[in-house]
Design a protein around this ligand. Sequence first.
Ligand SMILES: O=C(O)C(=O)C[C@]1(C(=O)O)C=C[C@@H](O)C=C1
Length: 341
Amino acid sequence: MTGAASSSYAYLGPEGTFTEAALLQVPGAGSARRVPASTVGAALDAVRAGSVDAAMVPIENSVEGGVSATLDAIAVGDPLRILREELVPITFVLAARPGATLGGIRRIATHGHAWAQCRTWVDKNIPGAEYFPASSTAAAAYDLVGDPGESSGDAHGAAGHDAAICSPLVAERLGLAVLATDIGDVTDAVTRFILVGRPDALPPRTGSDKTTLVIPLPEDRPGALMQILDQFAARGVNLSRIESRPTGQFLGDYFFSVDADGHVEDARIADALKGLHRISPGLRFLGSYPRADRRSPAVERHTSDEAFGAADAWLASVLRPAADAHRGSKHSRLTIEASPT
Ligand SMILES: O=C(O)C(=O)C[C@]1(C(=O)O)C=C[C@@H](O)C=C1
């Protein structure tokens, strides 16, 4: 499905978000129908409703960590499948209306994740600046030019803030004045995005894959987290991300959002999933898909597909020795009955 010119995609909009940049990295997406959504939840709901084939949403940033809106929205509701991931280098600028100067900036709007990545720069260069949350970095920029169709939902309206933290591209597209460049606190910051489709899709195994899971923490069971981690450790499965999120049901009720190295068609991952399901039957499989960095995990011999296959064959031989050995033999077969209880 990904890459076909007839596909349609939702994304966290408006035009000019980093999420749109991630979507444009998908082969064929440039010529496909692209539908901006005002929230991550709305983008995912468009997939569930069938009005688009897939949605691009942010999941993790190298500085700020997991994107809660995404982790929560894919953990509940009709099941979805992650089809691929994209990495986008993040560079922020401070943009304002033409004629503005850095000294005159007091109120800054941007996405919460972007604000968190630029806080140190803002504290140092515009001490006491007021933060106005926006639904995306691009929406904060559109508000500066008073585009009602692209409003960020900023409670103070289009004129509430006097600068936006956004991408250089959207600042240029809107003709905004760039007052400072590269204002992220960490250079080389990267955000990871996921393309999410419906659950009938399973990208083929490539040998360099990732599997994403939602694992509800079984309540009131001492050592439950240790048991969960053990399922991965015992099969030599590396985790590249693990975070806990509240379910929202009651205080202390959590699920784990996990990325594991490997594909569900790898025996060690399939075996770990079976073990996890026994511990946490509400386990949700969110997909196996190729890693954006194409790195392959180091697989120890005893956790390879061959080792699992040999173990299965050995167990089968343990269970059926009499049948196999007896076939063609002239000896009678000893049967042992169970003792009466
Ligand atoms: O606001 C945007 O431009 C987005 O695409 C969202 C988002 C995020 O949710 O993390 C994406 C990348 C940046 O890290 C900051 C904001």
